[in-house]
Design a protein around this ligand. Structure first.
Ligand code: PGA
Length: 251
């Protein structure tokens, strides 16, 4: 059975005090839920305090990014071990904002993914096409390149520990959600790519999340699709009642 996950990507939002309030509310609403896995990815500054609030709950914590080195002179960066020891069990890698604004390539995402797995973190590897690419009819080609580059040299046991998030760039933060059919089509395509590399049985086990303007009002239609195993949520994860409603839509 594939693991279902509802993940909140808070991006650069919430001070420590605000973060504690939000997870306190979430804990009350969905703190005991184990299926789906409920995951919050706060800014680095709030990780340890969030971990304290969530200590006796089932809610998991993730980083939004990490550096690929163990340690060193990398001003402003954070390592896998720092995430782990701050309470994280997941890390988002290759988010389209990292790719577009911080020039992250598939190769770098791959190196970070390798490091995350070696450290014992579950990588959530993000892929997705831009509006131009969709309009040019190259969506599948783009996804294929991102999947093969970002997951290059991942063994079968690596991929079994990895989560993939399909996030069409044109749907992120725009209010323009992909239709359940559009999302399912690419999820099926990603699973087919994984099946080619790892075999059908392994591909069936891999969690593929959809991300891009997911809200409680559109979540049910997405979650009804066979290959959509949950969501990576930005804006709607910043309000406890809205995020909890999305979690409940998956239960
Ligand atoms: P959004 O962001 O839900 O605000 O569109 C999704 C994401 O960037 O992961």
């Amino acid at each position: 059975m594939r693991k279902k996950i509802i993940a909140g990507n808070w991006k650069m939002h919430k001070t420590v005090v605000e973060a504690k309030t939000l997870v306190g509310e979430l804990k009350k609403a969905v703190g005991g839920v184990i299926d789906p896995v409920v995951l919050v990815c706060p800014p680095f500054t709030a990780l340890t305090e969030v971990a304290l609030v969530l200590k006796d709950s089932e809610i998991q914590i993730g980083g939004q990014n990490m550096h690929e080195a163990d340690s060193g002179a990398f001003t402003g960066e954070i390592s896998a071990e720092m995430l782990l020891t701050s309470g994280c069990s997941y890390v988002i890698l290759g988010h389209s904002e990292r790719r577009a604004l911080f020039s992250e390539t598939d190769k770098l995402v791959n190196t970070k993914g390798r490091k995350a797995l070696d450290a014992g973190l579950i990588p959530i590897v993000c892929v997705g096409e831009t509006l131009n690419q969709r309009e040019d009819g190259v969506t599948e080609k783009v996804i294929e390149e991102q999947i093969s580059g970002s997951l290059d040299s991942f063994s079968e046991s690596d991929i079994m520990k990895t989560v993939i998030a399909y996030e069409p760039v044109w749907a992120i933060g725009t209010g323009k959600v992909a239709t359940p059919e559009q999302a399912e089509e690419i999820h099926v395509f990603i699973r087919k790519l994984l099946a080619q590399k790892y075999g059908g049985e392994t591909a069936e086990e891999i969690t593929i999340l959809y991300g891009g303007s997911v809200k409680s009002s559109n979540a049910v239609g997405l979650f009804e699709k066979k290959n959509i195993d949950g969501a990576l949520i930005g804006g709607a994860s910043l309000k406890a009642d809205e995020f909890a409603a999305i979690v409940k839509a998956m239960m």
